[in-house]
Design a protein around this ligand. Structure first.
Ligand SMILES: *Cc1c(COP(=O)(O)O)cnc(C)c1O
Length: 966
């Protein structure tokens, strides 16, 4: 035998090549799966699955994948180009000290960040409890009856408040009064949103504006953007007298000390929970809070966590009123919000739990005291004065002509202040501010020889002078009295509380979450690491652009990669969810059509299979939705589409189409569909949430579409966070590029100046773009394509294996599916009475999260394995589904009654096993239906939860103290 030739460096793959780690199946497993499909190679499978007409002529022009070490090194280089100045800019974004026990055990913990939205509450009690705490904290601090479990940001929360007030008020008026002392980005977003709702937004002094014509609502801010703390109660009263309802933007930390807007009669109170332990991150992600009156609960946007009971009568949590969700309300929806900010809401609620009422008061009092000392020093100077006599954490200093000189001095010392007009400066303090910082601020404002001392002033200023907050605006009622906010103040207790909740929740750390239309792929550890670096975490979104070179480079490079991947010309990073992307894309279409004299076009064609956010987004830009039918194969009925496009050709604005379709197949006719729309004067919006079956094989821009959003929290590896964060950037062809969102505070090069903002910050939740950048850089052009191919392989392998036991609803050419498949449970249900929900719950007993249930077709399960699941995990799922099919057969045959079988009584908890057992099946059958579970078992913490009971007995606050005594 010859000695083997030594490998050359070139022939050895890099030992750290990421692609192999990202993919679930290894080469041998893939070979085996291909064999079962009767394919020789991955190439032949793809050739037989993806229509020739949409295939890319050439590979993606992206560099080869980097190793994990290289990616971290490159990102370190970018981070070094961000300058972490001490920020006093404020405007809704503050420095905060993330408690390390929360940083490490929540933000950096896949048990928390890889979970899905808690649609399956039996395996989500942990984050449901954390979100309930978030609601309770919001209710306490705002003084309102009801709160939701987060919105996307403060500015979009303001827009949601506006539309809620309109729905709640019987007034015919379309006029909406906005106080001119709101954060400018909030006003910007409200104006954008108002335009197509047909509201007239008037900005100015609310008392004067209310004296005029009737208005349906008023928007106030408390404290004002530049810091003034004023009594808004008279304004609220005036508004109510004038038949207008009132929404108040509020600051969570100030509310610890201030009389609550709820007590003053506000109808809605909202704001950002960022400063409760969530880093600024150049704009996000952070949770917005939103609170209102109990009577508006059914028209409130976003998710509300409520209490219910499980099958044994034990209390349990779940998302209340799920029927309000936009996928059911569709074009009647009043908001398109879907993904919110669950992970960040959890962090903020844990911050409140950890500090408790006493700790929060200490933080808030300290901020107030430091602000008062700073104010006192400024008042003592001859050259400067304060705009307001009352403050919490923010001062507006009149500096006259010195503005630019002072700003320059600040920048020199690594300090950012907020320019207000051309003669004032805003200074916002926060929990990180120290005495030395105050002295530095004085020297920036007054010169090094200011002669002031914090210690002297602190000792000498009288209570009255230091007040800041007028006595009548001091909060008198207690806050956060609930036990949960008073128990976990040592780190040991906190750690165990976090772990206890985490252990109730199913995440990707436990097993596959095979959610059709939601791509739950690997969120690699390396991709998550840069998030915690101060150079990405501690940057204010309105920091001067010359301080954020690293972020701008990251955004440019990610945009370039997404342009190459999608075939579009330009990408906007502003939308911070998929639904926001849809909204931004439809706005671009509308504004473009207006610019060419076709503003009357308002018909939006949407196939019946579309995701519910599509019609909801269309409604938000005042488009009329016309539904296009699908044929038996689940494809868009092209004849129906053509007929409807032609009927509406004078008024056709656009088509919204999902590709591959929400039915999980590559439609052959998609190019023709785009041509029909264009021929009738419309634009094509391609919902790109499902890019996982396209990247590297096809491009929306190539197929003929004009605009798409991409869900970076699906295809591009941002974790789902248990219901957010997300990022939904949109790609557009060049004719739409001038109509992308701009930003009033931080203008963006490219879009027209008059384009409004759709998010509070110019690049949305910018800090999590590091994840998608890293994902693309790690895989490179080849790796991205390979990921898509393996996603298709995994889906087809699963389809093939399951089809012997369950009917598969739709298939494309050669009987192939794209990246997901729908199995039809209706025939089984007819024969056995067992429903898709029973199967979903039973899967929990096998250690799986259910697939997507009853969307887009009622009575079905939509399964998407993604490329990250190995054959071993797919086989485990198949084994579970086959075993479940066997169980259904025993119900069908009458061996088990419909009331007493392991399916309808699923999921099973540990508590089920103790005490008497009088069921038709054994304990073993209940909890160890397959042998592998004895080695590793995830235990659901609740039995089946009763949704109807919860909606009838609606409670969305923490359980009363009494219930703890039981
Ligand atoms: C997930 C999804 C959306 C909505 O995205 P969000 O980020 O939840 O707003 C829209 N369309 C499709 C097809 C989706 O799968």
């Amino acid at each position: 035998m010859n000695a083997p030739t030594p490998a050359t460096l070139d022939s050895l793959t890099h030992p750290q090549a990421f692609s192999e780690r990202h993919l679930g199946p290894d080469a041998q497993q893939m070979q085996h799966m291909l064999q079962t499909l009767g394919e020789d190679s991955l190439e032949s499978l793809i050739d037989g699955t993806v229509p020739e007409s949409i295939r890319l002529p050439a590979p993606l022009a992206l560099p080869a994948g980097l190793s994990e070490a290289q990616v971290l090194e490159t990102l370190k280089g970018m981070a070094a180009q961000n300058r972490v100045n001490k920020s006093y800019i404020g405007m809704g974004y503050y420095n905060t000290l993330v408690p390390n026990v929360i940083l490490r055990n929540v933000l950096e913990n896949p048990g928390w960040y890889t979970a899905y939205t808690p649609y399956q509450p039996e395996i989500a009690q942990g984050r449901l409890e954390a979100l309930l705490n978030f609601q309770q904290m919001t209710m306490d601090l705002t003084g309102m009856d009801l709160a939701n479990a987060s919105l996307l940001d403060e500015a979009t929360a303001a827009a949601e408040a506006m539309t809620l007030l309109k729905r709640a008020n019987r007034s015919k008026s379309q006029r909406f009064v906005v106080a001119d002392n709101l954060h400018p980005q909030t006003i910007d977003v409200v104006k954008t949103r108002a335009e197509f709702f047909g509201f007239e937004v008037v900005v100015g002094n609310p008392a004067e504006l209310l004296a005029g014509e009737e208005a349906f609502g008023v928007l106030l801010q408390y404290p004002a953007s530049t810091g003034a703390v004023e009594d808004i109660e008279p304004l609220i009263q005036l508004a109510h007298e004038r038949k207008a309802l009132v929404a108040v933007a509020a600051d969570l930390l100030s509310l610890v000390l201030l009389k609550s807007p709820g007590e003053m009669g506000a109808d809605v109170v909202f704001g950002s929970a960022q400063r409760f332990g969530v880093p600024m991150g150049f704009g996000g992600p952070h949770a917005a809070f939103f609170a209102t009156r109990d009577s508006y609960k059914r028209s409130t946007a976003g998710r509300i966590i409520g209490q219910s009971i499980d099958a044994n009568g034990a209390p349990a949590l779940r998302m209340a009123m799920q029927t309000r969700e936009q996928h059911i309300r569709r074009e009647k929806a009043t908001s398109n919000i879907c993904t919110a900010q669950a992970l960040l809401a959890n962090m903020a609620s844990f911050y409140a739990v950890y500090h408790g009422p006493v700790g929060l008061k200490r933080i808030a009092e300290r901020v107030l005291r430091l602000t008062s000392i700073l104010a006192q020093g400024i008042r003592a100077s001859a050259s400067l004065s304060l705009e307001s006599d009352h403050w919490f954490d923010t001062l507006c200093v009149r500096v006259g002509e010195q503005q630019s000189a002072i700003l320059a001095r600040a920048y020199e010392q690594g300090v950012n202040l907020r320019p207000v007009g051309d003669d004032r400066l805003g200074i916002s303090l926060d929990e990180t501010t120290q005495a030395a910082d105050i002295e530095q601020l004085w020297s920036i404002l007054l010169g090094a020889d200011h002669g002031l001392s914090v210690a002297t002033l602190d000792a000498s200023i009288s209570a009255a002078a230091a007040a800041g907050i007028p006595a009548e605006l001091r909060r008198r009622d207690p806050i956060l009295t609930h036990p949960v906010f008073n128990r976990y103040h040592s780190e040991t207790e906190m750690l165990r509380y976090l772990k206890r909740l985490e252990n109730k929740d199913f995440s990707l750390a436990h097993g596959m979450i095979p959610l059709g239309s939601c791509t739950m792929k690997l969120n690699a550890s390396v991709q998550m690491m840069p998030l915690s670096w101060p150079e990405f975490a501690n940057i204010h979104p309105f920091a001067p652009r010359d301080q954020v070179g690293g972020y701008l480079q990251l955004i440019d490079q990610l945009e370039a990669m997404l342009v190459e991947i999608t075939g579009y010309d330009k990408v906007s990073m502003q939308p911070n969810s998929g639904a926001q992307g849809e909204y931004a894309g439809l706005l671009a279409i509308r504004n473009y059509q207006q610019s060419i004299g076709e503003g009357h076009r308002d018909i939006c064609l949407i196939p019946s299979s579309a995701h519910g956010t599509n019609p909801a987004s269309a409604a938000m830009v005042a488009m009329k939705v016309v539904v296009v039918e699908c044929d038996e194969q689940g494809n868009v009925d092209i004849d129906d589409l053509r007929a409807k496009a032609e009927t509406h050709r004078e008024n056709l604005s656009c088509l919204m189409i999902t590709y591959p379709s929400t039915h999980g197949v590559f439609e052959e006719g998609v190019r023709e569909i785009c041509e029909i729309i264009h021929a009738n004067g419309g634009q094509v919006y391609m919902d790109g949430a499902n890019m996982n079956a396209q990247v590297g094989l096809s491009k929306p821009g190539l197929i003929g579409s004009d605009v798409s959003h991409l869900n970076l929290h699906k295809t591009f590896a941002i974790p789902h966070g248990g219901g957010g964060p997300g990022m939904g950037p949109i790609g557009v062809k060049s004719h739409l590029a001038p109509f992308l969102p701009n930003h009033v505070v931080s203008p963006i090069a490219g879009p027209r100046a008059e384009m409004g903002a759709i998010s509070a910050s110019p690049f949305g939740s910018a800090s999590i773009l590091t994840i998608s950048w890293a994902y693309c850089a790690l895989l490179g052009g080849e790796g991205l394509k390979r990921a898509t191919e393996v996603a298709i392989l995994n889906a087809n392998y699963l389809t093939e294996q399951l089809s012997a036991h369950y009917p598969v609803l739709y298939r494309g050419r050669n009987q192939r599916v794209a990246h997901e498949c729908i199995i039809d449970i209706r025939p089984l249900k007819e024969r056995s009475g067992i429903s898709e929900e029973d199967i979903a719950k039973r899967l929990m007993d096998f250690g799986f999260h259910a697939p997507t249930m009853s969307f887009p077709v009622p009575g079905t399960l939509m399964i998407e394995p993604t490329e990250s699941e190995s054959k071993v995990e797919l086989d485990r799922f198949i084994e579970a589904m086959v075993t479940i099919r066997g169980e259904i057969a025993r119900v069908e045959s009458g061996e088990w009654s419909l009331e007493d079988n392991p399916l309808v009584r699923a999921p099973h908890t540990q508590a089920d096993l103790v005490g008497d057992w009088d069921r038709a099946y054994s304990r073993e059958q209940a909890v160890f239906p397959v042998p592998g579970l004895r080695e590793s078992k995830f235990w659901p913490s609740s039995n089946r939860i009763d949704n109807v009971y919860g909606d009838r007995n609606f409670v969305c606050s923490c359980p009363s103290i009494d219930s703890y005594r039981d």
